[in-house]
Design a protein around this ligand. Structure first.
Ligand SMILES: Cc1ncc(COP(=O)(O)O)c(C=O)c1O
Length: 378
């Protein structure tokens, strides 16, 4: 099966894991610290905090910003549920905002403006599929209203602009991401004070970690805030250090594959459209396409699967999930809903070759043409 995404793991990762095991120090030690410094470096940041997941990163950011009950946070619905869940974790209310258009499926500023109230405290921007939101426009929007900008950068590691939009950015190293530590995440925040609050809250609010206490030979620590256990371990950090060395090259391969997809889809199945028509900075995390309205998506999924090609959907809208329909009834986001009904994600990862892209596009063209003929016959 040609998978939508697949991690690249090999001898260097195995060697790194072995070294950690041989060292006998398994969590929050030198590997985690080295990974934090290397990850910050790649993004042109001073420092960062490695955590157990992007979900934890989002939670920690909102917590450190003091967002809580009575506050509202603008979020897209075209995202993974974690984006909105993090808002619920701190007791605030997520307010779902529609996308700009099916061509630019990023949060609409006009729509965000319309949904702002006196209770709005922050906006979480998702760089959907790796394509960056418009920094200047969002900064202007947030400044005018005194809002915090939080970036959900799960799809966009490796871009220097990420982490510079506002308060902080949250990254994911889950197995299907541009680089992986199996599970894992990180926070970049330019404000050193905010980052230190996040660092402390990651480990139960303790004033020092185990390794620091070993190095300083003082067993004392204090707890000065309510924190969490969102630590990253040494095994994950060691894998992360290896993966990070390849991130820019892998992102470049993704870019080249996306260009090829765009060219071949335009040639072989022009009825299929591809979001982000205009060039935009991207980490090319996934390859979303939009099927024509006449196409039955399930038929296309089945046809591709029969040829050994996996496809997925990004995303079933969060506001339509049972949990959110019950919590926040009556939300209607027409552009998000239209996009989500027609979207299909085709395979994109650095192990895919040009002939494989061609195979996917030929299979896609046949499946969509078949829908057109069936539609005409009906
Ligand atoms: C946009 C987005 N936000 C948040 C997450 C959550 O990441 P994690 O699994 O690392 O918590 C994901 C993961 O799929 C994601 O795609």
């Amino acid at each position: 099966m040609l998978l939508v995404s697949a991690p690249i793991l090999g001898v260097p990762e195995k060697t790194a894991l072995t070294k950690v095991i041989d060292s006998g120090w398994l969590t929050m030690g030198e590997q985690v610290r080295a990974f934090e410094q290397a990850f910050a470096d790649v993004h042109g940041a001073e420092d960062c905090v490695a955590v157990s997941s992007c979900t934890a990163a989002l939670h920690l950011i909102l917590h450190a910003l003091g967002i809580g009950p009575g506050d509202e946070v603008l979020v897209p619905s075209l995202t993974f549920v974690a984006t909105a869940n993090a808002v619920l974790y701190v007791g605030a209310t997520p307010v779902f905002v529609d996308i700009e258009s099916v061509d630019v499926p990023l949060m609409s500023i006009a729509e965000a403006e319309a949904k702002c109230t006196a209770r709005t405290k922050a906006v979480i921007l998702v760089h959907f599929a790796g394509y960056l939101a418009d920094r200047e426009q969002w900064q202007k929007f947030a400044r005018a209203r005194g809002l915090h900008i939080v970036e959900d950068a799960a799809h966009a590691p490796g871009l220097k602009e990420v982490g510079t939009f506002g308060a902080a950015a949250a990254f994911s190293f889950y197995g299907n991401k541009n680089m992986t530590t199996a599970e894992g995440g990180a926070v970049i925040a330019r404000d050193a004070g905010l980052l230190e609050t996040i660092r402390q809250a990651r480990g139960h609010g303790m004033t020092t970690g185990t390794r620091q206490r070993l190095n300083s030979r003082t067993p004392q620590y204090d707890v000065t805030m309510l924190g969490f256990n969102y630590r990253m371990d040494e095994l994950r950090a060691a894998i992360g250090l290896v993966q990070l060395q390849n991130l820019q090259e892998w992102n470049e391969i993704r870019r080249i594959l996306v260009m090829l997809y765009r060219r071949l889809i335009a040639k072989h199945c022009p009825a299929v459209t591809i979001p982000f028509h205009e060039p935009r900075t991207s980490a090319y995390h996934i390859m979303p396409i939009l099927l024509p309205r006449y196409a039955d998506r399930q038929d296309v999924i089945d046809a591709l699967r029969a040829q050994g090609i996996q496809t997925t959907i990004h995303y079933p809208p969060v506001h339509q999930m049972t949990l959110y329909r019950e919590l926040i009834p009556g939300t209607h986001l027409p552009r998000t809903e239209d996009f989500a009904q027609r979207e299909l994600t085709v395979p994109l990862h650095p192990q895919i070759t040009a002939p494989l892209v061609e195979t996917v596009v030929v299979a896609l063209a046949a499946a969509v043409n078949n829908c057109a003929q069936t539609g005409t016959a009906a």
